[in-house]
Design a protein around this ligand. Structure first.
Ligand code: LLP
Length: 434
């Protein structure tokens, strides 16, 4: 469910006409629906009603200040993975007292920043990291709250680059060594055990692997509670979204029409499957959703530069490229691409939809059927709110896109398009070359 839809053949976000946004701020521009984010958040929280749930939004999916502030206002903390993300949460006016700090490579200065701002907990990935957190906490004269990330060795059945819960991944401590890791905590005077964490992967489209992982880890969680009096169990993130039928999935009717047993994951199904497994633990439950909260709440607007007709193939060349949205090039992922002005009387066009970057990998879709469009018309990539702008780069000396947030009938520029001057501000030609 989301708030991108056609009204009188114009693509709207909530009640804002996206052509107006594209004309005013240019393209490529990301547009986010505040209502969709809020709806997703509320649905997830409701699905586990009765449990003590804290959502820690995974800021890596989209760490724009506007998005962080929106979730903080709704009651979310954050799952943060760098000093930069901690500082973004602070800059958004959110604070990090209900947030967690994760990641396999935390530096001393990042640990210090997290402690100074009273992070809720560190999600620890290794024993050397535990030693380092202990050392930094000692210097500051505080006790660092920690949880160990356990690796349940469950197959998430998702893309290899975003699977994290298998034993061959770099993440977490294998379940069979986790007791020893918690025992090791007693050697460190400046840490205190607060919880336990797991995360099995991203873009999971069924609840099965979540259930398998919780069933596998729950007995260990109960042991930890008895031995160390832990307060919480974090299930990580990973709830998937609809990419292929993105536009249609905005409406309840699409969900109602899915054949039984084939419906993509919903927060309701997630909650229903896990509640009975989690309730007996009597612990606070942390969730770290990223994509589910923001993925279908964002679209990337682009302009058609050329329709290049070839002998065997057509190419629709846009002004957006893989530096703006890298997911298709990096994960072979599918994004639905639709015109901002729909015209059902036009012929269909089959084309490769590409960007202007000088690499054949700069291709968003192969042999995609779209309505015939020409120079100057606008297209939207749907389901682009997660891992879109957050993964953007400046490759080919392209400046970072603009970002706009919509609420109801109003919209605001929340991140101005980067200027060329901003792109080169830290650079200089060395004196020995002058
Ligand atoms: N918690 C931890 C420990 C994680 O590693 C991640 C994502 C999340 C939560 C949030 O997962 P989500 O709910 O968004 O699935 N760039 C890739 C996705 C990478 C996910 C990395 N970890 C993509 O565009 O598909």
């Amino acid at each position: 469910m989301h708030h991108f839809h056609y009204t009188a053949d114009s693509l709207q976000c909530e009640t804002v006409d996206l052509s107006a946004v594209a004309q005013l701020y240019g393209t490529p521009t990301y547009v986010y629906s505040a209502a969709t984010m809020a709806d997703n958040y509320q649905r997830l929280v409701r699905s586990l009603a009765g449990l003590d749930v804290q959502v820690c939004y995974a800021a890596k999916a989209n760490s724009s200040l506007a998005v962080l502030r929106h979730f903080a206002n709704l009651g979310a903390g954050f799952d943060l993975v760098s000093g930069g993300e901690i500082r973004r949460a602070l800059a958004a006016g959110a604070g990090v007292k209900t947030s967690v700090f994760a990641g396999v490579g935390k530096t001393e200065s990042e640990i210090k920043l997290a402690l100074e701002n009273e992070i809720f907990a560190f999600h620890v990935e290794s024993e050397p990291e535990l030693a380092r957190i202990n050392h930094v906490a000692g210097k500051l004269g505080v006790k660092a709250p920690i949880a160990i990330r356990v690796n349940p060795d469950v197959d998430a059945h998702t893309h290899a680059k975003i699977t994290t819960g298998k034993s061959e991944n770099k993440f977490g401590i294998p379940l069979k060594h986790a007791s020893a890791a918690y025992e090791a905590c007693s050697r460190f005077k400046n840490v205190r055990i607060r919880g336990v964490q797991m995360h099995i992967g991203s873009q999971l489209t069924t609840v099965g692997p979540f259930v398998e992982a919780v069933e596998k880890v729950a007995p260990f969680v109960a042991e930890l509670q008895a031995a160390h009096g832990i307060e919480y169990f974090s299930l990580g993130g990973g709830i998937g979204i609809v990419y292929r039928d993105a536009l249609a999935s905005g409406a309840q009717a699409w969900w109602d029409a899915q054949p039984a047993g084939q419906c993509p994951i919903t927060p309701e199904a997630y909650g229903a499957a896990l509640k009975s497994l989690l309730a007996p633990l009597g612990l606070k439950i942390l969730l770290e959703p990223g994509r589910f909260l923001v993925g279908n709440a964002g679209a990337l607007l682009a302009r058609v530069e050329y329709l290049k007709r070839g002998a065997n193939k057509n190419f629709l060349v846009l002004d957006a490229a893989f530096n703006d949205l890298v997911r298709p090039a990096m994960y072979e992922s599918y994004h639905e691409i639709v015109p901002l002005r729909r015209d059902t009387t036009r012929r269909a066009l089959v084309a490769d939809i590409v960007g202007p970057i000088c690499e054949s990998g700069d291709c968003f879709a192969k042999d995609r059927q779209v309505q015939e469009v020409g120079e100057g018309e606008y297209m939207a990539f749907l389901s682009a709110g997660a891992y879109g702008f957050a993964m953007a780069s400046r490759y080919n000396a392209r400046t970072l896109a603009a970002e706009v947030m919509v609420r109801g009938g109003t919209f605001e520029l929340v991140n101005a398009r980067e200027s060329f001057e901003q792109m080169i501000v830290n650079e200089k030609v060395p004196t020995f070359l002058k």
